[in-house]
Design a protein around this ligand. Structure first.
Ligand SMILES: *Cc1c(COP(=O)(O)O)cnc(C)c1O
Length: 396
């Protein structure tokens, strides 16, 4: 056996090395806990990067899966109507704003679709020449060609140029700069995460969002909120923009939508929806009956006022715990609900994540200086306290 063959027999062997060195092999999950192949258990405060909102092995999801499976229709393609997608679309519109919904399979796909819908709308309403997009410093919208262009990471972009042209980056909070961009570039859309995720768990100022909403209205530019990470209960409201009462024209969702199955969604306002034609966009898998059934169970659960209230309480408890860790080198806490970041003075997020893992707590960084906390939304007080105590040992 050659060395190459040997490597291929290992668990990483045949996988492309896109995710770097990984030292954990997970084999089991339950609630907020996962187990590795050595039988070691971990408190999972990554939740699959803000995906597993109802935790692992959720009975809600198990029941939805079983019921969907029992219909015998896992997939039909979009040649036919199916009930779960229709009901899920109705639910999302009822809980956000009047319009229509497109289902896809990931966050990047949802944002790609949002950009296409914005261009279609602008071309219909304004005519040619309104194809540009404005995104913000620190943004993350995905790794496909349009979304990568709108993601503020030169390192991720460089090897893959040319990207989608016509993306302008603005500073959060800079209204004058934004007004100038809207005036001079006539973009079709401004794309924004109400709470930046990968950029470091950074909530956008409410006053800026209100002013931005007005500016977009004045200039005939669509405001698109990427709530792929911060949406669906994570911040303690069903949608993060509901904290600010600033309603977008297009809303994108994904990570937690189907509780761990891949699914994305775009909610488009009535005005945008009215410009879309059959054939403008499509996907084979999007909105299939099995994923849509699970998503329906997830959104019905997280939209319950009592569930959202519990997220706010759990978030407040976690925030208090993390704030008690503030010391030289640990600057403080930011975020909303159960989407929190511990901000460090130096580039030590990776070291903190590694040390926490050694002590049985799984975390993920959000940039080099922020340790991210996005546990299942069902996390218990005891689990929160346990995580804070592990962190206390780590930062000591
Ligand atoms: C994760 C993320 C995406 C990309 O989602 P994928 O499912 O990985 O394509 C887009 N926007 C935000 C805000 C995200 O956090």
């Amino acid at each position: 056996m050659s060395a190459g063959d040997e490597a291929r027999t290992g668990l990483e062997g045949a996988l492309l090395s896109l995710y770097g060195d990984r030292d954990l092999t997970l084999v089991k999950g339950e609630g907020s806990r996962v187990w590795d192949d050595q039988g070691q258990s971990y408190l999972d405060f990554t939740a699959g990067i803000a995906v597993s909102a109802l935790g692992h092995r959720s009975p809600v999801i198990e029941a939805a899966l079983q019921e969907a499976w029992d219909t015998g229709l896992m997939h039909t393609s979009n040649l036919y109507r199916t009930r779960p997608a229709a009901e899920l679309a109705e639910f999302l519109v009822q809980h956000s704003f009047p319009g229509g919904v497109f289902f896809c399979n990931s966050g990047a796909e949802a944002n790609e679709a949002a950009i296409k819908f914005a261009r279609r709308w602008a071309r219909t309403v304004h005519g040619e020449g309104h194809s540009d997009v404005v995104a913000f410093r620190g943004s993350f919208h995905g790794r496909l060609y349009g979304t990568l262009a709108a993601t503020d990471r030169p390192k991720y972009q460089e090897p893959f140029r040319p990207l989608m042209p016509g993306v302008h980056f603005a500073e959060l909070g800079d209204l004058d700069g934004m007004a100038r961009l809207l005036q001079e570039e006539r973009p079709c859309a401004v794309l924004l995460e109400p709470v930046q995720g990968e950029g470091g768990i950074l909530p956008v100022e409410g006053a800026f969002l209100c002013e931005l909403r007005e500016l977009c209205r004045e200039h005939g530019t669509l405001l698109v909120f990427d709530e792929v990470q911060c949406g669906l209960g994570r911040t303690g409201e069903l949608f993060a923009w509901q904290h600010y009462k600033v309603v977008p024209d297009i809303l994108t969702l994904a990570k937690p939508l189907a509780g761990g199955l891949p699914m994305g969604a775009v909610v488009a306002s009535e005005a945008v929806a009215a410009t879309l034609q059959p054939g403008d966009h499509a996907t084979t898998f999007g909105g299939g009956p099995l994923v849509a059934s699970v998503a329906l169970a997830v959104v019905r659960t997280v939209a319950e006022p009592a569930f959202l209230q519990r997220v706010r309480e759990a978030g407040a408890r976690l925030r208090r715990g993390l704030e008690s860790l503030t010391r030289p080198g640990v600057l403080g806490v930011r975020g909303r609900g159960l989407m929190l970041g511990l901000v460090l003075e130096e580039d030590r997020a990776g070291a903190v994540v590694a040390a926490a893992q050694e002590k049985g707590l799984l975390l993920v960084g959000a940039g080099p200086r922020v340790v991210r906390f996005v546990p299942p939304l069902t996390v218990s007080d005891e689990e929160i306290d346990e995580a804070v105590e592990v962190l206390r040992e780590v930062v000591a």
